[in-house]
Design a binder for this molecule. Structure first.
Ligand code: ARG
Length: 461
């Protein structure tokens, strides 16, 4: 008896080549605890339906508990002949419970409904772990925003100076997508909150087992309404792969900025030594490897998502063995984020911003030209004209080699009589920032409110 789950109709065992191709224990052993929990719930459902008497149920649960103990202590491990986690654990159960009792457990269930259930449990459980790390990163960004609340920096579009903004506003702009990622994880948990256990191979079971009882015991609020969908669908796995990839991308966009801010030319930020690396040849080097690895890993997370989607595309219902390919990409995305996020959090918590350097650059590149145009609009100049006039002051300043505040009163008057000396009031970065005071704007008062709003949302997630 080699323990295979499907030997009956076959004259001999599988070829070594098939066994090697088919085997999944090297990755699905991760689901051993879920499989055992499923088995206990299933045993109780069998007992409720009259297929196990009280003594048999007790024997089965005791055997499963003992098997779990051996799994935890590594006394029981998958062996060469085990095809997958389910086969391995049935072999273990047979050893402990004996073939008479152990052989009763598989009634009314299939590896197809088991694996579909366990992947949901895996997503549910790991999404809390990833979510915890994402929340910690969001909190670290919020703390940096609070610490640097008075720092003004050049805000950019097209990577060109656009308008001055608060560093806190910019940091929170990187943190809000993380809030949405946390919401996505929460929404996904809600969507996957029904159990496929009881769907059987695809069509359900003739045994009258209570799928709701199993679902409840496994922590789901219901069982799936369609057994074919229950065993065949992996959209929830793809959705999880997407959210994990999106987290990677959100971190990658911040990484890109940190890498640029950390250059000599920018000089906006210094990374702590504990979160930087050196060069094997250039003694002076201090490199931002954490954001670079984070940026690089995001490509890998996208690959995991697209690989999974490609596996699912045009796959007929119900279960096909292709679906065995659903697990490794998810495992990899989760594991990579479990490496990236803690390092990234530490880097963010310890990075030091250079406010004076940021403020020095903030007004450069004529970044106050919009302020001049809006100053004119407040004097009832149509915006099209105001834009032209402000543009002309930029052209004049550029030709004189000065910034806007380097123009004289006469210079302004020569561009337009509307540009009276009071225009200088808006030619400071503080004025520019503090007057952008509508909801969502970069004015310090608004950003302080924003930080509060951010934190209370984060607390709820
Ligand atoms: N190991 C499979 C998976 O991960 C489950 C087993 C289903 N096998 C089968 N022949 N129906 O999807």
């Amino acid at each position: 008896e080699d323990g295979a789950l499907w030997g009956g109709r076959f004259a001999g065992g599988p070829s070594a080549e098939l066994a090697a191709l088919s085997k999944s224990t090297h990755f699905d052993w991760k689901f051993a605890a879920y499989d055992l929990a499923g088995s206990r719930a299933h045993a109780r459902a069998l007992a409720s339906a009259g297929y196990l008497d009280d003594a048999e149920l007790t024997g089965m649960i005791n055997a499963l508990d003992e098997l779990e103990r051996r799994v935890v202590t590594n006394e029981f491990r998958p062996e060469a002949q085990d095809e997958d986690v389910h086969s391995a654990l049935e072999r273990g159960l047979m050893q402990i419970a004996g073939p008479e009792l152990g052989g009763k457990l598989r009634a009314g269930r299939s590896r197809n409904d088991q694996i579909a259930t366990f992947i949901r449990m895996y997503i549910r459980d790991t999404s809390h772990v990833i979510g915890g790390l994402v929340a910690e990163l969001a909190g670290a960004l919020a703390s940096q925003a609070e610490t640097n609340m008075t720092v003004i920096m050049p805000g950019r579009t097209h990577l060109q100076h656009a308008q001055p903004v608060l560093l806190a506003h910019q940091l929170l702009a990187h943190a809000w997508p993380l809030i949405r990622d946390l919401q996505r994880l929460r929404d996904l948990r809600h969507r996957l909150d029904s159990s496929p256990y009881g769907s059987g191979a695809l069509a359900g079971s003739t045994l009258g087992l209570d799928a709701t009882q199993v679902a409840t015991e496994l922590g789901f609020s219901s069982s799936v309404p369609n057994s074919i969908d229950g065993t065949a669908a992996r959209d929830l796995a793809a959705e999880y792969a997407f959210v994990l990839a999106q987290i990677g991308i959100d971190i990658s966009r911040l990484s890109e900025e940190i890498i640029i801010w950390n250059t000599k030319e920018f000089g906006f930020v210094t990374l702590d030594d504990a979160f930087s690396t050196g060069s094997s040849i250039m003694p002076q080097k201090k490199n931002p490897d954490i954001p670079e690895l984070a940026r690089g890993k995001s490509g890998r997370l996208i690959g995991n998502l697209t690989g999974l989607l490609a596996t699912l595309k045009a796959l007929p219902l119900a279960y096909n063995r292709d679906l065995q390919e659903d697990k490794e990409p998810l495992f990899d995305s989760v594991e990579q984020l479990q490496l990236v996020l803690p390092a990234f959090i530490g880097m963010v918590q310890t990075m030091r911003f250079h406010g004076a350097r940021m403020r020095e650059l903030a007004p450069q590149g004529f970044s106050l030209a919009t302020d001049v145009a809006e100053w004119l609009v407040k004097r009832h100049v149509p915006f099209r004209d105001a834009h032209e006039i402000s543009g002309a002051t930029v052209r004049l300043a550029e030709s004189k080699g000065v910034d806007l505040d380097g123009l004289t009163d006469e210079d302004f008057a020569s561009v337009s009589p509307l540009l009276t000396p009071e225009v200088r009031d808006v030619l400071t970065v503080d004025g520019s920032v503090s007057t952008r005071n509508g909801r969502g704007g970069t004015a310090p008062d608004r950003v302080r409110e924003q930080l509060q709003e951010f934190r209370s949302l984060l607390d709820e997630l």
